[in-house]
Design a protein around this ligand. Structure first.
Ligand SMILES: Nc1ncnc2c1ncn2[C@@H]1O[C@H](COP(=O)(O)OP(=O)(O)O)[C@@H](O)[C@H]1O
Ligand SMILES: O=P(O)(O)OC[C@H](O)CO
Length: 506
């Protein structure tokens, strides 16, 4: 081992981070910068890809500078990313043809409706593991081709490239128009609606149905191999880039959830529970999606079931930015602690419809159970509780699909700093919730994938040994109370259905 460290780039929904890790998996240095959330219309969410790339370069510089590191201290680069968020750009100039359309964006509902007219939303589920939904990248590519002037012609002429933000960062990092590597990994490819889960190749028939030219799509590689080296005009020049994992899969890897039957739940902008099913492709009968967990070089792929929850920490952001109820996200904990319970208030944050296990794009957010008694403390509490209830519903789905119930849940992500939420989560699940010492599991997972490819770490056993428990919350709520509040939550969920119709679209 010539160099001491691995750097991971975590291109997330709210910010980009660069984190330097040592061989023990400990954080050595962090650079982080938020980017603008652009909301051009109700249901539309965009990011500026140029801002994202500028921020990625800046946070790499910050992380190195803080500890006086240079590229010579860094063995390898790993990339992890918000998944599904779609960038289309000109391969000759590197100019995006449109802003990045973010995973939460619901503008492609008409495309989903048209495609599902034949075969319903599960039309492609057997092949790709996903229902047709606005969430996935394929619908967003189609929207860009149909709505950006000249995009279809340029794509058909072979001038445009598509990528999720892993690919956008990799292409720019490795030279952009001058030889940039146009590649993604199996985990990101599995979020497009275009990758066949068995062959791990793009499905030509689905591409034809969507009208998307194959020439736009990146090569699909494993999650852990050398894709290229950083270009000569970058700070990390000549360092190999050797790991890519979508952020939720990266967190699974960083939590050392390697065996079939292991799981983790990440509480960030959204909340995503991933359950490792090993080499088996399990099709859910309970509203989960089937996805890739990871693939290490030439080894067989590892699959997973996933419960995707669109809104978790972003509800806290919404209370901060749109309502002005709090000045910072952590303040919600103090506010919620003023009351013993939610006062009968439930918030169902169906801002982008509801993802797992409902997949109801016609749902929109609701606050129910309001009386003159309810105040901001109850609202704060209900906001936090909504994340815990949504997690309970996806855990129930996992347990129903897997038949062997999970006996504890490993957690990570920005919201797990919230002790109140973690206790309530254990109460509502009825199983312990366990937080590891390193909660930057997303970046750690990408670092691990990259480090394994170049021998910085030798095997999964070495990574497992790095994992250690920080804190555990045991359930204390009685079963009757748990089931009563769950019934009320489910009643609240039904109140959000059927909201989107011709009137709301007008
Ligand atoms: N103490 C807290 N209590 C509740 N929510 C929090 C707290 N701290 C951060 N958050 C929420 O966590 C999210 C940030 O988590 P992070 O894992 O960085 O997200 P992402 O990777 O999606 O960008 C934000 O949505 C924020 O509102
Ligand atoms: O940026 P995060 O952590 O909210 O993750 C976003 C997911 O990858 C979306 O599928």
């Amino acid at each position: 081992m010539s160099n001491k460290y691995v750097i991971a780039i975590d291109q997330g929904t709210t910010s980009s981070r660069a984190i330097v890790f040592d061989h023990a998996g400990e954080v050595v240095s962090v650079g982080q910068k938020e980017h603008e959330q652009i909301f051009p219309a109700a249901g539309w969410v965009e990011h500026n890809p140029i801002e994202i790339w500028d921020n990625v370069r800046e946070v790499i510089g910050t992380a190195l500078a803080k500890e006086n590191l240079t590229r010579h201290d860094i063995e390898v680069v790993g990339i992890t990313n918000q998944r599904e968020t779609t960038v289309v750009w000109d391969k000759h100039t590197g100019e995006p043809v449109y802003n990045a359309i973010v995973w939460q964006d619901t503008r492609t509902q008409d495309i989903v409706d048209a495609l599902s007219a034949e075969g319903g939303i599960e039309r492609y589920k057997d092949r790709v593991g996903l229902p047709l939904a606005t969430y996935f990248a394929g619908t967003k590519i189609k929207w860009i081709l149909e709505n950006v002037d000249g995009a279809r012609e340029r794509a058909e002429a072979g001038d445009l490239l598509f990528g999720t933000t892993d690919t956008w960062v990799l292409w720019n990092l490795t030279g952009g128009p001058e030889g940039g590597v146009h590649t993604t990994d199996v985990t990101n490819a599995s979020r497009t609606l275009f990758m066949n889960l068995e062959t791990l190749q793009w499905d030509e028939q689905i591409l034809a149905d969507f009208g998307v030219p194959a020439s736009m799509l990146p090569a699909i590689k494993s999650s852990s191999e050398v894709y290229g080296t950083v270009a000569s005009n970058q700070l990390l020049r000549e360092v190999p880039v050797a790991g890519i994992l979508g952020d939720q899969q990266a967190a699974t890897f960083g939590q050392a959830a390697f065996g079939a039957g292991t799981a983790k739940n990440t509480y960030g902008t959204g909340c995503f529970l991933i359950f490792n099913t090993g080499q088996e492709i399990v099709s859910s009968s309970n509203g989960l999606i089937t996805t890739l967990a990871y693939k290490l070089g030439d080894a067989a792929p590892v699959y997973a079931l996933e419960g995707s929850i669109a809104v978790a920490g972003s509800l806290v952001q919404w209370l901060r930015d749109n309502i002005g109820m709090i000045a910072s996200a952590p303040e919600i904990e103090e506010l919620a602690s003023h009351v013993e319970d939610n006062g009968g208030v439930y918030i169902v944050p169906a801002f982008s419809g509801l993802f797992a296990p409902y997949w109801r794009s016609d749902a929109r957010g609701a606050i129910v159970g309001l009386t003159r008694f309810a105040d901001k403390h109850h609202i704060a509490r209900a906001a936090l509780e909504s994340t815990a209830f949504q997690t309970r519903e996806v855990l129930d789905a996992v347990n129903a699909d897997a038949e062997v119930p999970l006996t504890e849940l490993k957690v990570d992500g920005g919201m797990v700093a919230n002790e109140h939420l973690m206790q309530f989560q254990a109460d509502i699940l009825g199983v312990p919730v366990v937080r590891p010492k390193v909660t930057e599991t997303t970046a750690l997972g990408a670092a691990y994938a990259a480090g394994l490819a170049v021998g910085f770490w030798k095997d999964l056993g070495e990574l497992e040994a790095n994992w250690s428990e920080d804190k555990r919350w045991e359930p204390v709520m009685g079963a009757e109370e748990r089931e009563r509040s769950l019934r009320l939550w489910k009643k609240a969920v039904t109140r959000t259905f059927d909201w989107v119709d011709e009137d709301t679209k007008a």
